[in-house]
Design a protein around this ligand. Structure first.
Ligand code: 5GP
Length: 215
């Protein structure tokens, strides 16, 4: 087990409805030493990429992205979520369905913070169905910038987001991939990422996100 998997086993709580709570160390109270280790690991995995900006989404991605940014020495832009359609100014907007809140958010980035010269690493805390990520990817692509890679703290491998995003051809690096979890026993099963991927490869036809650029 790697350092993040060990911490998930120690302090993560499996909830009904395929939700893993990690709020004691990752997305409510934050263990900054752990976040720093995660940042170093993202830097190692994307060492060959010319990343000049990190993009994340409020709120839980911000802490992870900011600490990672110190390892890349680049600024962080976070996409804002709004349920309002009262938007003005020059903005990139995508519509994203929230896994945890079961509602539709508008995800917004001011156009002045993303341009065609940018080489972007997208970072987020969780990957479930991939809706949040697809919204962020659309925003980067609307701006003409390049998605150099995607760094995720915890991927829930039994949901389809990881497969969809990898099949789109992006370098997606998840520090922990949970392949199964049991709310009754609290057991968590991790994917062995040292083994070459075979059974997870294949065509992904599923389309489960309601996500489209509006501008
Ligand atoms: P997706 O858009 O991939 O379906 O869901 C990703 C977003 O939902 C993440 O930004 C994260 O905030 C939230 N999320 C998804 N699954 C979980 C989970 O099991 N636990 C927590 N704490 N957040 C989750």
């Amino acid at each position: 087990m790697n350092f993040l998997e060990e911490r998930i086993v120690k302090d993560g709580v499996v909830k009904e409805g395929n939700v893993l709570k990690v709020d004691s160390f990752l997305n409510h109270q934050m263990d900054i030493k752990l976040l720093d280790q995660m940042g170093a690991e993202f830097k190692r995995r994307f060492a060959d990429k010319p990343i000049n900006k990190i993009l994340t989404i409020e709120a839980s991605g911000i802490g992870i992205a900011c600490i990672a940014a110190q390892h890349f020495n680049v600024p962080v832009v976070f996409a804002k979520k709004s349920q309002s359609i009262n938007l003005d100014g020059d903005m990139y907007v995508a519509e994203v369905e929230s896994f945890t809140h079961k509602c539709i958010n508008h995800v917004i980035v001011a156009q002045k913070f993303l341009s065609p010269e940018d080489h972007v690493l997208i970072i987020d805390d969780f990957l479930a169905n991939g809706c949040a990520l697809q919204g962020l990817i659309q925003i980067v692509q609307s701006s003409g910038a390049t998605v150099e890679g995607i760094g995720i703290a915890i991927e829930k491998g039994f949901q389809s987001g990881g497969r969809i995003i990898r099949n789109l051809g992006f370098q997606l690096e998840s520090l922990a991939i949970v392949d199964g979890m049991n709310a009754e026993t609290g057991e968590i099963q991790f994917r062995d990422q040292s083994r070459p991927e075979t059974e997870n490869a294949g065509e992904e036809k599923e389309e489960i996100c309601r996500s489209a650029t509006l501008d």
